[in-house]
Design a protein around this ligand. Structure first.
Ligand code: SIN
Length: 322
Protein backbone atom coordinates (compact mmCIF):
# COMPACT_ATOMS: atom_id res chain seq x y z
CA UNK A 1 0.00 0.00 0.00
CA UNK A 2 1.29 3.43 -0.86
CA UNK A 3 0.74 6.39 1.42
CA UNK A 4 -2.63 7.95 0.47
CA UNK A 5 -2.74 11.65 -0.31
CA UNK A 6 -4.96 14.06 -2.22
CA UNK A 7 -5.88 12.49 -5.53
CA UNK A 8 -5.40 14.83 -8.45
CA UNK A 9 -4.22 17.70 -6.17
CA UNK A 10 -7.63 19.30 -6.67
CA UNK A 11 -8.31 22.01 -9.25
CA UNK A 12 -10.65 21.93 -12.25
CA UNK A 13 -10.16 19.40 -15.03
CA UNK A 14 -10.25 22.10 -17.70
CA UNK A 15 -9.10 25.70 -17.45
CA UNK A 16 -9.10 28.48 -20.04
CA UNK A 17 -7.16 31.75 -20.05
CA UNK A 18 -6.32 34.10 -22.94
CA UNK A 19 -7.79 31.53 -25.33
CA UNK A 20 -5.45 28.78 -24.09
CA UNK A 21 -7.11 25.70 -22.65
CA UNK A 22 -5.47 23.14 -20.37
CA UNK A 23 -7.23 19.79 -19.96
CA UNK A 24 -5.86 17.41 -17.36
CA UNK A 25 -5.06 13.99 -18.76
CA UNK A 26 -3.27 12.41 -15.81
CA UNK A 27 -3.96 12.33 -12.10
CA UNK A 28 -0.71 13.93 -10.94
CA UNK A 29 0.84 15.20 -14.16
CA UNK A 30 -0.12 15.90 -17.73
CA UNK A 31 -2.43 18.38 -19.45
CA UNK A 32 -3.31 18.83 -23.09
CA UNK A 33 -3.01 22.42 -24.22
CA UNK A 34 -5.42 23.76 -26.85
CA UNK A 35 -6.02 27.04 -28.60
CA UNK A 36 -2.47 27.72 -29.75
CA UNK A 37 -0.63 27.44 -33.06
CA UNK A 38 3.08 26.97 -32.48
CA UNK A 39 3.94 27.83 -36.09
CA UNK A 40 3.20 31.46 -35.27
CA UNK A 41 4.79 33.71 -32.65
CA UNK A 42 2.85 33.37 -29.41
CA UNK A 43 1.43 36.54 -27.86
CA UNK A 44 3.09 37.15 -24.47
CA UNK A 45 -0.12 36.59 -22.57
CA UNK A 46 -0.56 33.12 -24.13
CA UNK A 47 3.06 32.29 -23.53
CA UNK A 48 2.63 33.12 -19.83
CA UNK A 49 -0.37 30.81 -19.58
CA UNK A 50 1.68 28.00 -21.13
CA UNK A 51 4.64 28.68 -18.85
CA UNK A 52 2.39 28.51 -15.78
CA UNK A 53 0.69 25.34 -17.09
CA UNK A 54 4.09 23.67 -17.43
CA UNK A 55 4.89 24.26 -13.76
CA UNK A 56 1.41 23.29 -12.56
CA UNK A 57 0.90 20.16 -14.70
CA UNK A 58 4.61 19.24 -15.03
CA UNK A 59 3.92 17.80 -18.50
CA UNK A 60 2.05 19.64 -21.25
CA UNK A 61 1.03 18.18 -24.60
CA UNK A 62 0.19 19.96 -27.83
CA UNK A 63 -1.56 18.02 -30.58
CA UNK A 64 -1.51 18.64 -34.36
CA UNK A 65 1.40 21.09 -34.46
CA UNK A 66 3.07 20.60 -37.81
CA UNK A 67 6.17 22.65 -37.05
CA UNK A 68 9.71 22.75 -38.42
CA UNK A 69 12.91 22.35 -36.43
CA UNK A 70 13.33 26.14 -36.58
CA UNK A 71 9.83 26.64 -35.11
CA UNK A 72 10.70 24.22 -32.32
CA UNK A 73 13.92 26.11 -31.59
CA UNK A 74 12.04 29.43 -31.59
CA UNK A 75 9.36 28.04 -29.24
CA UNK A 76 12.01 26.63 -26.90
CA UNK A 77 13.88 29.93 -26.81
CA UNK A 78 10.79 31.65 -25.39
CA UNK A 79 11.51 29.73 -22.17
CA UNK A 80 15.23 30.42 -22.03
CA UNK A 81 18.59 29.59 -23.56
CA UNK A 82 18.81 26.22 -25.33
CA UNK A 83 21.62 23.85 -24.49
CA UNK A 84 23.61 21.45 -26.63
CA UNK A 85 23.61 17.84 -25.45
CA UNK A 86 27.20 16.60 -25.39
CA UNK A 87 26.33 13.08 -26.60
CA UNK A 88 22.92 13.10 -28.36
CA UNK A 89 22.65 13.13 -32.19
CA UNK A 90 22.22 16.45 -34.04
CA UNK A 91 22.93 17.61 -37.55
CA UNK A 92 25.67 20.08 -36.67
CA UNK A 93 24.22 23.24 -38.21
CA UNK A 94 21.73 23.66 -35.35
CA UNK A 95 23.42 21.64 -32.61
CA UNK A 96 20.76 22.54 -30.03
CA UNK A 97 18.24 20.53 -32.09
CA UNK A 98 18.55 16.85 -31.18
CA UNK A 99 17.34 14.51 -33.89
CA UNK A 100 16.41 11.05 -32.73
CA UNK A 101 16.13 9.07 -35.96
CA UNK A 102 15.49 5.51 -34.88
CA UNK A 103 14.75 2.81 -37.42
CA UNK A 104 16.01 -0.64 -38.48
CA UNK A 105 19.55 0.73 -38.88
CA UNK A 106 19.61 2.85 -35.73
CA UNK A 107 18.01 1.05 -32.79
CA UNK A 108 16.97 3.35 -29.94
CA UNK A 109 19.64 3.79 -27.29
CA UNK A 110 19.81 4.83 -23.69
CA UNK A 111 16.39 6.38 -23.12
CA UNK A 112 14.64 3.26 -21.77
CA UNK A 113 15.68 4.06 -18.21
CA UNK A 114 13.82 6.38 -15.84
CA UNK A 115 15.60 9.71 -15.81
CA UNK A 116 15.45 13.47 -15.65
CA UNK A 117 17.46 14.91 -18.50
CA UNK A 118 21.15 15.62 -18.04
CA UNK A 119 21.34 15.63 -14.25
CA UNK A 120 25.08 15.06 -14.75
CA UNK A 121 25.29 18.82 -15.29
CA UNK A 122 25.90 21.31 -12.47
CA UNK A 123 22.67 22.98 -13.58
CA UNK A 124 20.41 20.40 -15.26
CA UNK A 125 17.86 21.62 -17.84
CA UNK A 126 14.65 23.26 -16.62
CA UNK A 127 12.56 21.68 -19.39
CA UNK A 128 12.67 19.58 -22.53
CA UNK A 129 10.44 19.73 -25.61
CA UNK A 130 10.00 16.66 -27.80
CA UNK A 131 8.21 16.78 -31.15
CA UNK A 132 7.05 13.67 -33.01
CA UNK A 133 7.83 13.68 -36.74
CA UNK A 134 7.15 10.01 -37.57
CA UNK A 135 5.84 7.45 -35.11
CA UNK A 136 5.57 3.65 -35.18
CA UNK A 137 2.21 2.04 -35.94
CA UNK A 138 2.47 0.26 -32.60
CA UNK A 139 4.54 1.14 -29.53
CA UNK A 140 7.03 3.93 -28.96
CA UNK A 141 5.13 5.59 -26.10
CA UNK A 142 6.88 7.72 -23.52
CA UNK A 143 6.14 7.23 -19.82
CA UNK A 144 6.31 10.16 -17.43
CA UNK A 145 6.25 10.31 -13.66
CA UNK A 146 5.66 13.18 -11.29
CA UNK A 147 8.57 13.22 -8.87
CA UNK A 148 6.76 15.74 -6.67
CA UNK A 149 3.94 13.19 -6.28
CA UNK A 150 6.57 10.48 -5.79
CA UNK A 151 8.07 12.53 -2.96
CA UNK A 152 4.67 13.19 -1.38
CA UNK A 153 4.04 9.46 -1.48
CA UNK A 154 7.00 8.62 0.76
CA UNK A 155 6.29 7.98 4.43
CA UNK A 156 6.83 10.92 6.76
CA UNK A 157 9.73 9.06 8.35
CA UNK A 158 11.54 8.56 5.06
CA UNK A 159 10.87 12.15 3.97
CA UNK A 160 12.48 13.26 7.21
CA UNK A 161 15.44 10.92 6.76
CA UNK A 162 16.30 12.02 3.22
CA UNK A 163 15.93 15.76 3.81
CA UNK A 164 19.36 17.32 3.56
CA UNK A 165 20.96 14.31 1.86
CA UNK A 166 22.88 14.81 -1.37
CA UNK A 167 23.48 12.44 -4.27
CA UNK A 168 26.17 12.09 -6.91
CA UNK A 169 25.19 12.22 -10.59
CA UNK A 170 27.46 10.96 -13.36
CA UNK A 171 27.73 10.53 -17.15
CA UNK A 172 27.64 6.75 -16.55
CA UNK A 173 25.24 5.78 -19.41
CA UNK A 174 27.46 7.44 -22.00
CA UNK A 175 30.71 5.74 -21.06
CA UNK A 176 30.15 2.85 -23.53
CA UNK A 177 30.27 5.42 -26.37
CA UNK A 178 33.99 5.75 -25.68
CA UNK A 179 34.80 2.04 -25.69
CA UNK A 180 37.35 2.53 -28.46
CA UNK A 181 38.59 5.94 -27.36
CA UNK A 182 39.50 6.07 -23.67
CA UNK A 183 41.48 9.30 -24.21
CA UNK A 184 38.36 11.07 -25.40
CA UNK A 185 36.48 9.67 -22.40
CA UNK A 186 39.06 11.30 -20.12
CA UNK A 187 38.42 14.64 -21.86
CA UNK A 188 34.69 14.30 -21.27
CA UNK A 189 35.19 13.19 -17.69
CA UNK A 190 37.12 16.42 -17.06
CA UNK A 191 34.44 18.48 -18.80
CA UNK A 192 31.56 16.69 -17.06
CA UNK A 193 32.81 15.62 -13.64
CA UNK A 194 30.35 13.97 -11.23
CA UNK A 195 27.96 16.53 -9.75
CA UNK A 196 26.29 16.63 -6.38
CA UNK A 197 22.60 17.55 -6.12
CA UNK A 198 20.18 17.48 -3.21
CA UNK A 199 18.13 14.29 -2.98
CA UNK A 200 15.06 16.45 -2.39
CA UNK A 201 15.02 19.62 -4.44
CA UNK A 202 12.70 22.56 -4.00
CA UNK A 203 11.04 23.53 -7.25
CA UNK A 204 12.12 27.15 -7.86
CA UNK A 205 8.67 28.25 -9.06
CA UNK A 206 6.03 26.03 -7.41
CA UNK A 207 7.95 25.47 -4.18
CA UNK A 208 6.99 21.77 -4.35
CA UNK A 209 9.42 19.26 -2.91
CA UNK A 210 10.72 16.89 -5.57
CA UNK A 211 12.53 13.57 -5.25
CA UNK A 212 15.58 14.30 -7.40
CA UNK A 213 17.43 11.01 -7.93
CA UNK A 214 17.18 8.87 -11.04
CA UNK A 215 18.58 5.46 -11.99
CA UNK A 216 20.21 6.71 -15.17
CA UNK A 217 22.58 9.26 -13.69
CA UNK A 218 22.52 8.98 -9.89
CA UNK A 219 25.29 6.69 -8.73
CA UNK A 220 25.50 7.18 -4.95
CA UNK A 221 24.29 9.03 -1.91
CA UNK A 222 27.08 11.25 -0.67
CA UNK A 223 28.65 10.28 2.63
CA UNK A 224 27.06 6.84 2.92
CA UNK A 225 28.61 3.40 2.81
CA UNK A 226 28.15 1.83 -0.62
CA UNK A 227 25.67 -0.79 0.62
CA UNK A 228 23.59 1.82 2.47
CA UNK A 229 23.67 4.10 -0.53
CA UNK A 230 22.64 1.34 -2.93
CA UNK A 231 19.78 0.18 -0.70
CA UNK A 232 18.45 3.69 -0.18
CA UNK A 233 18.69 4.51 -3.89
CA UNK A 234 16.78 1.30 -4.69
CA UNK A 235 13.96 2.42 -2.40
CA UNK A 236 13.92 5.94 -3.87
CA UNK A 237 14.18 4.76 -7.50
CA UNK A 238 11.21 2.50 -6.84
CA UNK A 239 9.01 5.55 -6.24
CA UNK A 240 9.11 6.34 -9.98
CA UNK A 241 7.72 2.87 -10.73
CA UNK A 242 4.43 3.39 -8.86
CA UNK A 243 1.72 3.59 -11.54
CA UNK A 244 -0.38 6.14 -9.65
CA UNK A 245 2.32 8.79 -10.13
CA UNK A 246 2.81 7.99 -13.82
CA UNK A 247 1.28 9.02 -17.11
CA UNK A 248 1.78 7.11 -20.35
CA UNK A 249 1.84 9.30 -23.42
CA UNK A 250 0.90 7.88 -26.81
CA UNK A 251 2.36 9.76 -29.74
CA UNK A 252 0.82 10.79 -33.06
CA UNK A 253 2.72 12.68 -35.76
CA UNK A 254 3.03 16.40 -34.95
CA UNK A 255 2.40 15.92 -31.26
CA UNK A 256 4.64 17.88 -28.92
CA UNK A 257 5.32 17.03 -25.30
CA UNK A 258 7.07 19.45 -23.00
CA UNK A 259 8.10 18.36 -19.52
CA UNK A 260 9.30 20.22 -16.50
CA UNK A 261 12.62 18.51 -16.02
CA UNK A 262 12.86 19.82 -12.44
CA UNK A 263 9.86 17.82 -11.27
CA UNK A 264 9.46 14.81 -13.60
CA UNK A 265 11.23 11.78 -14.97
CA UNK A 266 10.51 9.93 -18.18
CA UNK A 267 11.16 6.59 -19.85
CA UNK A 268 11.00 6.03 -23.62
CA UNK A 269 9.50 2.59 -24.20
CA UNK A 270 11.81 0.73 -26.59
CA UNK A 271 9.21 -1.70 -27.91
CA UNK A 272 9.02 -0.53 -31.54
CA UNK A 273 12.31 -1.58 -33.16
CA UNK A 274 12.73 -2.00 -36.18
CA UNK A 275 9.89 0.43 -36.88
CA UNK A 276 10.69 4.05 -37.51
CA UNK A 277 10.38 6.67 -34.79
CA UNK A 278 11.66 10.13 -35.68
CA UNK A 279 11.63 12.84 -33.03
CA UNK A 280 13.09 16.34 -32.65
CA UNK A 281 14.08 17.68 -29.26
CA UNK A 282 15.27 20.90 -27.69
CA UNK A 283 16.40 21.37 -24.11
CA UNK A 284 16.18 24.53 -22.03
CA UNK A 285 18.95 25.56 -19.68
CA UNK A 286 18.18 25.28 -15.99
CA UNK A 287 19.40 27.10 -12.92
CA UNK A 288 20.95 26.05 -9.63
CA UNK A 289 19.37 23.09 -7.85
CA UNK A 290 18.24 24.11 -4.38
CA UNK A 291 17.55 21.61 -1.65
CA UNK A 292 16.97 21.59 2.05
CA UNK A 293 19.73 22.45 4.51
CA UNK A 294 22.10 19.51 4.83
CA UNK A 295 22.63 18.00 8.24
CA UNK A 296 26.18 18.53 9.51
CA UNK A 297 27.96 15.17 8.96
CA UNK A 298 30.14 15.85 12.02
CA UNK A 299 27.03 15.77 14.17
CA UNK A 300 26.10 12.38 12.72
CA UNK A 301 29.49 10.69 12.81
CA UNK A 302 30.23 8.11 15.48
CA UNK A 303 33.95 7.40 15.61
CA UNK A 304 34.64 3.68 15.36
CA UNK A 305 38.31 3.90 16.36
CA UNK A 306 39.73 6.36 18.81
CA UNK A 307 43.53 6.51 19.00
CA UNK A 308 46.06 8.91 20.38
CA UNK A 309 48.06 10.84 17.75
CA UNK A 310 48.25 9.95 14.04
CA UNK A 311 46.56 6.88 12.63
CA UNK A 312 47.47 5.16 9.35
CA UNK A 313 44.63 5.84 6.91
CA UNK A 314 42.94 3.22 4.71
CA UNK A 315 44.48 0.36 6.72
CA UNK A 316 47.80 1.07 5.04
CA UNK A 317 46.54 0.54 1.48
CA UNK A 318 48.22 2.75 -1.11
CA UNK A 319 49.15 2.65 -4.82
CA UNK A 320 52.17 0.45 -5.65
CA UNK A 321 55.47 2.36 -5.44
CA UNK A 322 53.99 5.26 -3.49
C1 SIN B 1 14.43 11.49 -24.07
O1 SIN B 1 14.71 10.81 -23.09
O2 SIN B 1 14.78 12.65 -24.19
C2 SIN B 1 13.65 10.89 -25.22
C3 SIN B 1 12.27 10.49 -24.86
C4 SIN B 1 11.58 9.80 -25.99
O3 SIN B 1 12.20 9.53 -27.02
O4 SIN B 1 10.40 9.49 -25.85
Amino acid sequence: MNKPFAFNRGGPLVTERAGVTARKVGAYLGAEIGGVDLRRPLPDVQFQVIEAALVQHELIIFRDQEITGEDLIAFGRRFGELTVHPFAPNEGKAPELIKFRNDEKVPPYGTDVWHSDETFRAEPPMATILCAKEVPAVGGDTMFVSMSAAYEGLSDRLQQFISGLEAIHDIKPFRPLFEKNPKKLQEYELKYPPRVHPVVRIHPVSGRKVLFVNPQFTIAIKGMEERESRSLLDVLFHQALIPEYQFRHHWAPHTIAMWDNRSTQHYAVHDYYPQRRYMDRVTIRGGPVTGMPAADPASLRRLKYVAEGEVVPYGGHRPIGD
